[in-house]
Design a protein around this ligand. Structure first.
Ligand SMILES: Cc1cc2nc3c(=O)[nH]c(=O)nc-3n(C[C@H](O)[C@H](O)[C@H](O)COP(=O)(O)OP(=O)(O)OC[C@H]3O[C@@H](n4cnc5c(N)ncnc54)[C@H](O)[C@@H]3O)c2cc1C
Length: 348
């Protein structure tokens, strides 16, 4: 059996499902996807973060006697080429947004694609109400998962020690060769993902008290690690539960809010672009007001401070995200999709 291990939003070796499920000869790859990158600004901070995370993953795989082959192309072109090398199948972690679904369907027509649950704690297909319909409200959704949220530990994947590397001649592209310049990242992103988690473990007991105070660094700053899989939600869950703290449940609940949004995206894919509850709203089309919001020039100090800090760092505290998004939709009556697209372009 000759398998391609396609790393995507699982940029780590610890608790990685495809490294557990793989067998025999493997070719680990990462693709800087032209379909995604061509839409981004050339100084997008996430590309610098991902590039460094991919190099760190390559190092970790080398310690296992493996390696990582890095491509800058469309996934279709990469797999059309690799198909000639006689691979049997592709293993990867599952994603639930519309682009990923379309992309994976296309690749599965080139080579058999096996997708595993890795980026999330639960498979959204599984957790339905008694009437077999999906939950639409967080609290009953969370209660239905109390068997999981109250557990002391969630099983983690272990690397199959018998994997052999399929040798492949390729030159890994530089950040410049994929069309991006290296940008300075906020300080905490220059630490390792484990350091970020260890720092948060020091303050998790104050999370409930401090999480809503935006001028305090009271949250985990693990959002980007969860997004690109440099840390898994199981690793965070297990290390926080191991602390056996009295106040950690409030934090655990946030991990399940993340699960809930992925669940809603899976069961109501239109929610990615349409009002989920179907309420018709007459939005205002006012580009000048929208630009002022984007640039932090609305004249409302808390909005402007939050947006200017966001434009500089790509970071925004949850409370401030709620305030600026509410101001855009409820005060300026500008469509939330415009705000979401601006966030998606800028958020780190
Ligand atoms: C308008 C708006 C836009 C948002 N956009 C995003 C986004 O693009 N990506 C994203 O991960 N979160 C988003 N959130 C949720 C939340 O703001 C961020 O997850 C959080 O600020 C990340 O910081 P942290 O890792 O320190 O969070 P912590 O408070 O330490 O939480 C830990 C993790 O739990 C999850 N989480 C926390 N709060 C929420 C929430 N309200 N909903 C869903 N998951 C949550 C995140 O994965 C987060 O990393 C948004 C919230 C609002 C109001």
């Amino acid at each position: 059996m000759k398998q391609i291990l396609w790393f995507r939003r699982d940029l780590r070796v610890r608790d990685n499902k495809i490294l557990e499920k793989a067998s025999n000869e493997v070719m680990p790859i990462f693709i800087f996807d032209k379909n995604i990158l061509e839409k981004l600004d050339r100084d997008d901070k996430r590309v610098t973060f991902i590039y460094d995370a991919v190099l760190a993953l390559k190092k970790s795989l080398e310690t296992l006697g493996l390696d990582l082959y890095i491509f800058y192309d469309t996934p279709k072109n990469v797999f059309m080429n690799l198909k000639k090398d006689g691979f049997d199948e592709v293993l990867c972690s599952g994603d639930f947004d519309s682009y990923s679904q379309k992309r994976d369907k296309e690749i599965n027509e080139i080579l058999p694609l096996k997708r595993y649950l890795d980026s999330f704690l639960i498979n959204p297909k599984r957790n339905l109400k008694k009437d077999e319909t999906p939950y639409k409200v967080f609290t009953p959704f969370y209660k239905s998962l109390s068997w999981l949220s109250s557990s002391d530990k969630i099983g983690e994947s272990n690397v199959n020690p018998d994997l052999k590397l399929y040798k492949y001649k390729s030159k890994n592209p530089t950040l410049e060769e994929i069309g991006f310049k290296r940008v300075e990242l906020p300080g905490f992103l220059n630490q390792t993902p484990q350091n970020r988690l260890d720092n948060f473990k020091e303050k998790v007991e104050e999370y409930e008290k401090n999480r809503d105070i935006f001028y305090k660094d009271g949250t985990s700053n693990l959002g980007i690690d969860l997004r690109f899989g440099t840390i898994s939600p199981r690793m965070i869950f297990n290390e926080i539960k191991k602390l056996d703290g009295k106040n950690s449940e409030v934090f655990i609940i946030q991990l399940f809010w993340r699960e809930f949004y992925n669940y809603i995206l899976f069961h109501f894919p239109k929610s990615e672009s349409e009002n989920w509850n179907g309420i018709e709203i007459t939005w205002r089309e006012n580009e000048e007001d929208f630009q002022k919001w984007c640039e932090g020039k609305t004249g409302v100090p808390i909005i402007d401070a939050a947006m200017r800090h966001f434009n500089k760092t790509g970071m925004m505290h949850n409370r401030l995200r709620m305030i600026v998004s509410s101001f855009l939709c409820k005060n300026l009556l500008i469509h939330w999709k415009k705000g979401e697209q601006y966030f998606a372009k800028k958020v780190t």
